[in-house]
Design a protein around this ligand. Structure first.
Ligand SMILES: [Zn+2]
Ligand SMILES: [Zn+2]
Length: 392
């Protein structure tokens, strides 16, 4: 693949000032930052990763007056060929920034933050890691899901130590981390196929904070965190379905190094119902009716989430027939429309008849002819033809 023009990559023209280049870089790097693609597909992730590297590379060149001049004069050729990696113009090139995640120099989970040292501010802030997300399974009934419900949940999490306000230091007193001199990162040398490489990793002593306690807080032993039980009111909206999540930003675990809290995800689980089976906004239920109601038609009482309702069963209803009761289903979560109740009729065959009943039924049956049994007589005709065909 041909290398794209560095100016094009950053979306600036050749006359752009240093400030403009920096601004354009910041904007582009934010757009394709790996953190933004945490939930994207693999293909999207890969594409963003490529773009992110491309942007960083372009910035490394264009932000350096000498390299920029060479690039302006010779284009990409200025940095290719034998004089390239490891020597010549690249003496001061910071490989850690661009290639860190390829060669694992970034430390676990921090690869995405590489290249941000170009922002000019303190690099400390870039190395903080947010706390873990938490998941809470909340079981509710179908009725609660249909109407919405407020629940109070209780869960344990790693929170901030209240004695040291999360700093880990006694009386919150901190000093500059001696390991990294307050940078939050340490540089390590690595031998690779491209020669010696320098890469940055998060400081193992201050975990990126750049400062350590003067004296460790005795309540949390310097971690800055403490286990706590949180009570949270959760408003479950009407229409929510099984497996859907409610997100509460910042209610997850505290960060180990001064970063933002993780998030809390409340995952809704709907208990199975004695009568209804839900399919999105519709509710299905099976209603057994008597043989005579099926034959003569009539009214049947059915349950709904708003109480009982009487529906009409047409004369001559077959077993398995579906009857729709409009608008008695679940309200759409998005606020418009409401599902239906779909009633599946089953005809219950009467059992344990006494002699008198059997006799009555026998008499009734004898009174019927083939017109009363369209299906049966059509089937019998087919059977007759079938055997006739075989014999011939
Ligand atoms: Zn503490
Ligand atoms: Zn440190």
């Amino acid at each position: 693949m041909a290398k794209r023009d560095y100016y094009e990559v950053l979306g600036v023209d050749k006359s752009a000032s240093e400030g403009d280049i920096k601004k354009a870089y910041r904007k582009a790097a934010m757009k394709y930052h790996p953190d933004k693609f945490a939930n994207a597909s693999d293909a999207e992730k890969k594409d963003a990763e490529e773009k992110f590297k491309e942007i960083n590379e372009a910035y490394q060149i264009l932000s350096d007056p000498q390299k920029k001049q060479q690039y302006d004069q010779f284009g990409h050729a200025a940095f290719e060929g034998g004089a390239g990696f490891g020597g010549g113009n690249f003496n001061n090139f910071d490989f850690g920034d661009i290639f860190g995640d390829i060669f694992g120099g970034g430390g676990s989970g921090f690869g995405g933050f590489e290249g941000f040292s170009g922002f000019g501010g303190s690099s400390r802030r870039s190395y903080v890691e947010p706390g873990h997300d938490l998941r809470y399974n909340l079981e509710i009934t179908l009725e609660e899901a249909a109407k919405g419900v407020e629940k109070t949940i209780k869960y344990k999490r790693t929170g901030q130590c209240e004695h040291c306000h999360g700093t880990g230091g006694e009386d919150s007193k901190m000093k500059t981390c001696p390991t990294c001199n307050g940078q939050g990162t340490v540089r390590t040398q690595q031998r690779t196929i491209l020669g010696m490489m320098q890469s940055e990793t998060v400081c193992p002593d201050c975990h990126g904070k750049g400062e350590v306690p003067e004296k460790k807080c005795k309540h949390c032993h310097g971690t800055g965190t403490a286990k706590e039980t949180v009570e949270k009111k959760v408003n479950v909206p009407a229409g929510i379905d099984d497996g859907q999540k409610l997100k509460y930003a910042g209610l997850g675990e505290a960060s180990q190094n001064g970063g933002p809290n993780g998030d809390l995800y409340v995952v809704i689980r709907i208990k199975s119902h004695d009568i209804f089976v839900r399919d999105r906004e519709n509710l299905y239920c099976e209603v057994p009716i008597s043989y005579s109601t099926a034959v003569l038609g009539g009214e049947v009482e059915i349950p709904t989430l708003n109480g009982k309702k009487t529906i009409k069963v047409p004369e001559g209803t077959e077993s398995g027939r579906l009857l729709k009761v409009k608008g008695e289903g679940i309200k759409s979560l998005r606020g418009y429309g409401q599902g239906d109740i779909i009633v599946k009729i089953t005809i219950e065959t009467p059992k344990k008849l006494n002699d008198k009943q059997k006799e009555l039924l026998q008499k009734f049956e004898e009174s019927l002819n083939e017109k009363n049994y369209e299906q049966k007589s059509s089937f019998m005709k087919k059977v007759k033809k079938f055997f006739k065909d075989i014999i011939e």
